[in-house]
Design a protein. Structure first.
Length: 441
């Protein structure tokens, strides 16, 4: 079987060790010849890179391993770039979450003002990595799961329309895992139909490979419990904020019981609830920094100190297995069925062709081919049109350096109550993001 060279962009991410473990765990399906970590923060990446070098030597000595801040080293002779960058790191995520609270609006990583601020930062970083990849390995594919995926995908459509970039999100994968727990199946046994935008959509079917439909069983469960399952509670691996999100799906579902909702819709349907539930002194960013970030970096330091990963190993990122499925689909033309963020082009028949939608696709050597989901109801169509317009205005504001269009984007968002609040927020966000955003006029 062919062996592959992979570069992970965002090598200093807390998710990187889990992704490396996942790649090693799938070596029989997707063998590696070289694995490179790339980050523009060498000190942060170095902590993880030094530990992973020890682990790779012990567990995969035949795989060449490098961690670097040099783009030429990182992107030369690669088949795939797996990108999960966070421009501004968790410090700016904390700003995204806390600054809007001063204006009576919730702050969140991908939704509302926080997501818009993060999107404006992410576009520059994503374009830079795409350009490096195309310069040094023009035949490589980028598998991007950097947030906020909706805005990043729209920016790629507008600014790098011919680039080999696939945008994917692990949120549907995580929800499918909970669905499988509800009905006593495995995620790999199920096939879904879904329509929407990233972090903004609905499931219309959940079938097994024999064609048996389970959506009614799952709807019955979600109507009472949301997506929170006893498995998730018992394993104690789900942070309290995520447990609340999974439970809140019950109230999202009640708005339109025809479909199973994406949990992120709580931010658009219940922004008052989200705002009232937030602790302005301790948001999700603080939870992550005190939890996953501390745990991962402490493990890395301990591995380096001991000189061995024996007995300390990082957790395998089960969510990230879909990245291997995606890479294999391209490399081996497997025609894998996956949810991807792609240009609509008729997949949702009563929605604009140039919208970046999230729908099931068949993936092969030439990339994704969207499966037509047909016509969607007025309620969902109107919500999606409002949200996709927000995302398009953000990208237009970035490209044109337009204060006016970013003000319009914030005003149009369902999470912001008025144009005045939107303008006050924007002025504060501009100040907080100096050095990250293009200048707006």
């Amino acid at each position: 079987m062919k062996q592959f060279s992979v570069s992970i962009a965002g090598g200093g991410s807390t998710f990187t060790p889990g992704i490396v473990m996942m790649l090693l765990d799938n070596a029989d399906r997707f063998p590696l010849r070289k694995l490179t970590l790339y980050d523009n923060d060498g000190d942060r990446q170095g902590i993880l890179g030094d530990a992973l070098a020890i682990m790779m030597k012990e567990q995969a000595p035949n795989v060449e391993f490098v961690h670097t801040t040099d783009p030429e080293v990182a992107f030369t002779d690669i088949d795939f770039c797996m990108a999960h960058i966070r421009v501004g790191k968790y410090e700016m995520r904390e700003v995204d979450e806390k600054l809007p609270l001063k204006h009576g609006v919730f702050g969140q990583e991908t939704c509302g003002p926080g997501g818009i601020a993060y999107g404006m930062r992410s576009i520059t970083g994503m374009l830079e990595i795409i350009d490096y990849m195309e310069k040094y390995s023009p035949d490589a594919w980028m598998l991007n799961y950097s947030n906020p995926a909706a805005i990043v995908a729209e920016a790629c459509r507008v600014l790098r329309p011919d680039s080999k970039v696939l945008n994917i999100c692990d949120m549907p994968v995580g929800t499918l895992r909970r669905m499988s727990q509800i009905i006593g199946k495995e995620p790999k046994d199920l096939e879904v139909s879904y329509f929407g935008l990233n972090h903004f959509g609905w499931w219309t079917s959940v079938k097994d490979k024999e064609g048996h439909e389970y959506i009614d069983d799952i709807r019955e469960y979600v109507s009472k419990n949301g997506y929170l399952t006893q498995v998730e509670v018992d394993t104690q691996h789900t942070d309290p904020s995520w447990q609340d999100t999974h439970k809140k799906a019950k109230d999202i579902y009640a708005i339109d019981p025809r479909f199973l909702p994406n949990t992120y819709l709580k931010y658009y349907f219940y922004p008052d609830y989200v705002y009232d539930s937030m602790n302005p002194e301790y948001t999700r960013a603080n939870e992550v920094m005190a939890g996953r970030e501390k745990r991962v970096f402490d493990q890395a330091k301990e591995i380096t100190k001991r000189g061995t990963a024996d007995g300390i190993g990082f957790e395998i990122d089960a969510h990230a297995s879909f990245i291997v499925d995606l890479a294999r689909a391209i490399a081996f033309n497997t025609h894998e069925r996956m949810l991807l963020i792609v240009e609509n082009n008729g997949a949702i028949t009563n929605f604009p062709d140039d919208a970046m939608v999230e729908v099931p696709c068949i993936v092969g050597v030439d990339g994704p081919e969207a499966i037509v989901q047909g016509k969607i109801p007025n309620f969902e169509q109107a919500l999606m049109f409002q949200q996709v317009t927000v995302e398009k205005l953000v990208v237009e504001a970035y490209v044109e350096g337009s204060y006016q269009k970013l003000w319009q984007a914030l005003t149009l968002s369902k999470t912001v109550p008025s144009a005045k609040v939107a303008k006050d927020l924007l002025d504060d966000l501009i100040e907080a993001n100096k050095g990250y955003w293009p200048e707006l006029k």
